[in-house]
Design a protein around this ligand. Structure first.
Ligand SMILES: [Zn+2]
Length: 231
């Protein structure tokens, strides 16, 4: 799906660099012999919520905005990758577009490299429900490398929507291709960051503890390992 970028008005004309141009090669690129096509990204719920928070300011102002998802560099080239970090770059924004000035792109690359992270995907917001890639998006995406992922969220990111409603675009054979909803949920997997199985929360009665530890419990645990630590 393609749409012209007629709605993007009043944007500054500062030079924009792709990440490949602005960052050290090793920070953003898989080794030539490793394909990054068909990557699967695992993202903790907390990271999705942090992403939503990152878009709050833009949503309030009614402007698009962008973040990057990053993960440890040791995953570079792996087909399955874990997103650990939301990187919010300095950016210029408007109701219909955004841009990251060249110096900000370099700063972003240095921040990632300094933290031992690599860029895994670009995410940006659109004003309404349409989450396709505009010609602007095609031309100014963070990367043109095969397998690059560009994700578009609707409604300026005002609310968290299911992955199947995200626009997930992959660089494939020199063009950006939007994944189907079925493909999207296979490629972006949201996992819990905490699993709490205590519900309902059960409280032991004092008598239960006494029975389990015996009469010595009043002076300390019976466990010999713990007792040894106390000596
Ligand atoms: Zn866009």
């Amino acid at each position: 799906m393609r749409r012209a970028s007629k709605r993007r008005v009043g944007l500054p004309t500062s030079p924009i660099a792709s990440d490949e141009e602005a960052q050290p090669h090793t920070l953003v690129s898989a080794p030539p012999h490793v394909t990054r096509k068909c990557r699967k990204l695992y993202v903790a719920e907390r990271t999705v919520i942090d992403t939503w928070h990152a878009f709050e300011a833009g949503a309030r102002l009614g402007v698009e905005s962008t973040v990057r998802w990053a993960g440890p560099a040791v995953q570079l080239g792996d087909p399955d990758q874990v997103v650990t970090t939301v990187l919010i770059p300095h950016q210029r924004v408007s109701a219909g577009g955004f841009e990251i000035p060249f110096p900000a792109t370099r700063t972003m690359g240095l921040a990632l490299g300094g933290a031992g992270l690599v860029n895994l995907a670009q995410i940006h917001t659109h004003p309404a429900d349409w989450v396709g890639h505009s010609t602007w998006d095609d031309a100014r995406a963070y990367s043109s490398r095969e397998g690059a992922l560009s994700i578009v969220l609707p409604e300026y990111g005002r609310r968290i929507v299911p992955v199947k409603e995200w626009g997930i675009h992959e660089r494939c054979d020199g063009a950006w291709v939007q994944l189907s909803a079925a493909e999207a949920i296979q490629r972006i997997v949201v996992v819990p960051d905490t699993i709490d199985l205590r519900i309902p929360f059960e409280l032991l009665h004092d008598s239960d503890v006494q029975d389990a530890n015996g009469p010595e419990s009043a002076n300390g645990p019976r466990n010999p390992d713990t007792a040894a630590e106390r000596r």
